[in-house]
Design a protein around this ligand. Structure first.
Ligand code: TYD
Length: 146
């Protein structure tokens, strides 16, 4: 079962150019899984919160393609807040990590590369259910949620 330490920051290659920079991401070469789906959040109104769930199996790469936002990450034992604000650097999230996204800057775009097609039954949308599942599969851990 995933812990926060398993979440990795990943920097895409950057081809700098006076005409504008270019970055790219390839399955297996940069992202350690085949991405079947890309989705993106945009036109997020000030103060809105997205996410608020975990995934049973799905893995993701999350990046602030434009602007910035915060992502709160929780493995059922501890949580931390990460600010994403670079077009070339995002987070690799394993399955079974609870996430909440907020503090979106005006005009920001959150892009997600997902290892699976959209499947509602892969979601855990109840936080208590998530904590129980995470803790029951990590029975030796006794860290408290912050
Ligand atoms: P959800 O994943 O809950 O949004 P977020 O985590 O970004 O706040 O999805 C919101 C709605 O959009 C939900 O009704 C399912 C639908 N949806 C799709 O149809 N396909 C997708 O690829 C995604 C991510 C969501």
């Amino acid at each position: 079962m995933a812990r926060l330490i398993d979440i990795k920051r990943l920097k895409a290659p950057v081809i700098t150019d006076p005409r504008g920079n270019l970055s790219f991401l390839e399955s297996h070469r940069h992202i350690p899984f085949e991405f079947k789906r890309i989705y993106y959040l945009y036109d997020v109104p000030g103060g809105a919160q997205r996410g608020g769930h975990a995934h049973l199996n799905l893995r993701q790469f999350i990046i602030a393609i434009s602007g910035s936002f915060d992502i709160v990450l929780d493995d059922g034992f501890e949580r931390k807040r990460v600010h994403l604000n670079r077009s070339h650097t995002g987070l690799l999230l394993p399955n079974m990590i609870w996430r909440e996204l907020d503090n979106f800057s005006s005009g920001s775009v959150c892009m997600v590369l997902a290892s699976e097609y959209y499947e509602e039954h892969d979601y855990i949308r109840d936080y208590r259910q998530f904590v129980n599942l995470a803790r029951n599969t990590n029975p030796q851990q006794d860290t408290q949620i912050a």
